[in-house]
Design a protein. Structure first.
Length: 296
């Protein structure tokens, strides 16, 4: 860990907290706060590999891992998340982020795509390959749709393009976490013991598990959320906008392709033949409908 100027060893984290506390008491507003923080600390202390954790409030009991190689962005995101009661861990390169996520998985990761040592796409890829399922909100300075779609295909749940509004980022983080909690807690009259069984497919909501033909299906958190919502509305035609609002829990107008990407991946994983789906049917011009194999 790279030490902040003026502090050493165990005093490093306490030093951060002391600076943080004194500045917050004397300065109002996030802009002044971050200017003062940058004046009080050498930017060199935030180079790749540095990790900090500041605990404050912690009302929601959720821990977020923020990963970006730009200290100012990390501070901005960290400040706004902590203000909402989240606990925040920070990493400044992809390799460190991967190690932290595997060692102690956070409730959600805010992940930049352009990172030293290992880029954000590789972080997503390795986490999914190693069966570490963490909701991921990716950040990118790129306007290229390819990077956004690729991130979603690799298991990210959502994305934001820089520059972004801190308020919108907080709203999206909360929306993702709400959906995760709703899936764990919500019951359904048509379910038995928290399970939805259709054909050879079993969706175990409480165990957060999907089984097809007796074998566990590896889904990302957002794929699981989407499948649960579709299965709970079996036989009902759902528009892309409805799915965006229900599963992503905010207005994602003009970007309905995020639904198509996740449906495509679900079909690859749960359908006997993804090109001729029996579970998730396309309703042309509208959206999708969850059914099941016809009884013979």
């Amino acid at each position: 860990m790279i030490k902040a100027p003026g502090f050493s060893g165990r005093s490093c984290r306490r030093g951060h907290a002391a600076i943080h506390g004194s500045i917050r008491r004397s300065i109002h507003g996030p802009v002044s706060y971050f200017c003062a923080m940058m004046m009080g600390e050498d930017a060199g202390s935030f180079t790749s590999g540095c990790i900090t954790r500041w605990k404050r409030g912690y009302k929601m009991g959720k821990r977020i891992l923020v990963v970006d190689d730009e200290p100012s962005i990390v501070k901005l995101v960290q400040f706004n998340l902590e203000k909402e009661g989240f606990e925040v861990d920070c990493a400044y390169d992809g390799q460190t982020a991967l190690e932290m996520a595997e060692r102690e998985p956070p409730d959600l990761m805010v992940l930049d795509l352009m990172l030293p040592k290992m880029d954000g796409l590789d972080v997503c890829r390795k986490l999914r390959k190693r069966d570490v399922h963490i909701p991921i909100l990716i950040l990118t300075a790129k306007s290229d749709e390819f990077d956004k779609v690729l991130g979603l295909e690799l298991g990210a749940d959502d994305y934001m393009t820089k520059p972004f509004s801190p308020r919108e980022l907080i709203a999206r983080v909360k929306a993702i976490l709400r959906r995760m909690e709703a899936i764990r807690e919500a019951g359904n009259a048509g379910e038995r013991d928290g399970r939805i069984a259709v054909g050879d497919l079993i969706v175990d909501v409480e165990a957060y598990e999907v089984i097809r033909n007796g074998e566990t299906v590896d889904l990302t958190p957002k794929e699981f959320e989407l499948l649960v919502y579709l299965a709970r509305h079996r036989g009902k035609v759902l528009s892309r906008d409805q799915l965006l609002n229900a599963v992503w829990n905010y207005d994602f107008a003009g970007d309905s392709r995020i639904v198509d990407v996740h449906v495509s991946h679900l079909r690859d994983k749960i359908e006997p033949d993804a090109k001729h789906p029996v579970y998730i049917k396309t309703v042309r011009g509208i959206g999708y409908k969850f059914e099941g194999p016809r009884e013979k």
